[in-house]
Ligand binder design. Structure first.
Ligand code: 5RP
Length: 219
């Protein structure tokens, strides 16, 4: 099966985790786009969605799914999103689509994080995928120096600003053996808006699409 078919398979499988009669948190990316398209088929059974990006909002609304402002929502039963990498403990790298800050905000509202991914995203140790970090522009050089001291090489993602108007650094060369510790450390650095390590907001479970079907990994 091609990667796009695996993404479509797992996007449909995620419907089983949507709580009927409630709001659902919706992530961002090509895998989530398949989920949104599948969600349209049960839109009459949910109250609506809380979205993590302008792109996902536009796709949800194009399907006639009501999108609620995160500010008006106290909690969500479930947040469904993709990942750039996920390890054997449910820790993830996210932000390849530059939506990491809003993704973490919506994930924070949710009781459960359901990660949907094809099996190319499953890794033993996080870090082969360049770690995205949303920063205040003024801090980009200093944050890059701090990563260099940890053995990482940070570059500004060319031509990209997030939905919040900030640049993204992509950090190569890290081997993230302790995601919780690194997330905690980088969160302390002035000018970091969001680091794309999702350890405090790790997956509760992962639906992993493989050529043999969808596996469920519970963390
Ligand atoms: C966007 C993300 C995405 O979840 C991540 O990049 C995976 O995307 P895709 O499903 O397109 O592979 O974190 O910021």
């Amino acid at each position: 099966m091609k990667q796009e078919e695996l993404k479509a398979l797992v996007g449909r499988a995620a419907l089983a985790h949507v709580v009927r009669g409630e709001l659902v948190g919706v992530g961002t990316g090509s895998t989530v786009n398949h989920f949104i398209d599948a969600l349209a088929g049960i839109k009459g059974d949910i109250r609506g969605a809380v979205s993590s990006s302008v792109k996902s909002t536009e796709r949800l609304q194009a399907h006639g799914i009501a999108v609620f402002d995160a500010q008006d929502v106290q909690s969500l039963p479930v947040y469904i999103d993709g990942a750039d990498e996920i390890d054997g403990r449910g820790f993830m790298i996210k932000g390849g689509g530059a939506a990491l800050t809003r993704e973490k905000i919506v994930a924070d509202l949710a009781a459960r994080f359901v990660c949907i991914a094809d099996d190319s995203k499953k890794v033993p140790v996080l870090g082969a995928f360049p770690l995205p970090v949303e920063v205040i522009a003024m801090a980009a050089a200093q944050v890059s120096r701090r990563f260099a001291a940890l053995g990482g090489s940070a570059t500004l993602r060319a031509g990209v600003l997030t939905d919040n108007g900030n640049p993204i650094l992509d950090v190569r060369g890290l081997s993230i053996t302790d995601p919780l510790a690194m997330e905690t450390e980088v969160n302390q650095w002035p000018g970091v808006v969001t680091v794309g390590i999702f350890a405090r907001h790790k997956a509760s479970l992962c639906l992993l699409a493989t050529a043999q079907g969808v596996q469920t990994l519970v963390f």
